[in-house]
Design a binder for this molecule. Sequence first.
Ligand code: ZN
Length: 76
Amino acid sequence: MSRFALGDPWLEELATRRDVIERLMAAHLPNDDGLCVECTTPGHGTPRAPWPCSLWTLADEAHQLRALRNPGRPPG
Ligand SMILES: [Zn+2]
């Protein structure tokens, strides 16, 4: 399932920032209820946001975009 938004400046920028991608994917994880632990933290984003949330999905797409942009190199 891919929802690449090629040409999206946010995604293009994020794809150059492996550290940010890794931080997002490490923080936005599902809890026992299948909700994003980061987005459902009070004061953050969307209460009761189902996982994968929009930020995790964006980070995942940026991660895949890195792999496309760097063929022959290990993704990361
Ligand atoms: Zn999230």
